[in-house]
Design a protein around this ligand. Sequence first.
Ligand code: FE
Length: 194
Amino acid sequence: MLRPARFRVFLRELSALVEREADEYVLLSQARSVVTELVAHDDWLPPDYQQPDPNRYQQYLLYCDPQERFSVVSFVWGPGQSTPVHNHETWGVIGILSGAEISQRFRLSEGALTADGPPVILHAGDVETLSPTTGDIHQVRNGLETEPSVTIHVYGADIGSVCRSIFATDGTRRPFISRYAYCPLPNFWLADEN
Ligand code: FE
């Protein structure tokens, strides 16, 4: 049985949070708890939003706040799929719904891109946060070799329309707008539970 009500509760809590909290540090720590609750169960996201594509990872928009204070995206990773090295220009919270995701952080030092610590592997139920204030350049890939993974990403803007950057290894950047994959079931969370 699909339980879209979990997503409605999540949207209500996140909307209230961005309404009351202007401080990014506090907002991120509370958003982490709200996303942790959401990814504690994997019974609420319709299968249409979990479909991998053989050519590239998919980014399905699940919800965008009408005032664009946040957006929620399901990332679906096929085996071996990976992002380029990129930034976000806004805060982010990543929760793993199923499978695993590997994140490698980078920093720019003297114009070049350097790994910032070892790669981190997140498993189902795990959550991490990102902030441009503390450095949000990273590369993300499927943590499973042969199976798809599904991860829920929340950002402090309509992330698909934000002009951000992709980085080459020599530190040069080029503009990047991610957009979204085709949205199969708009407003699925309004469906009755069955
Ligand atoms: Fe990212």
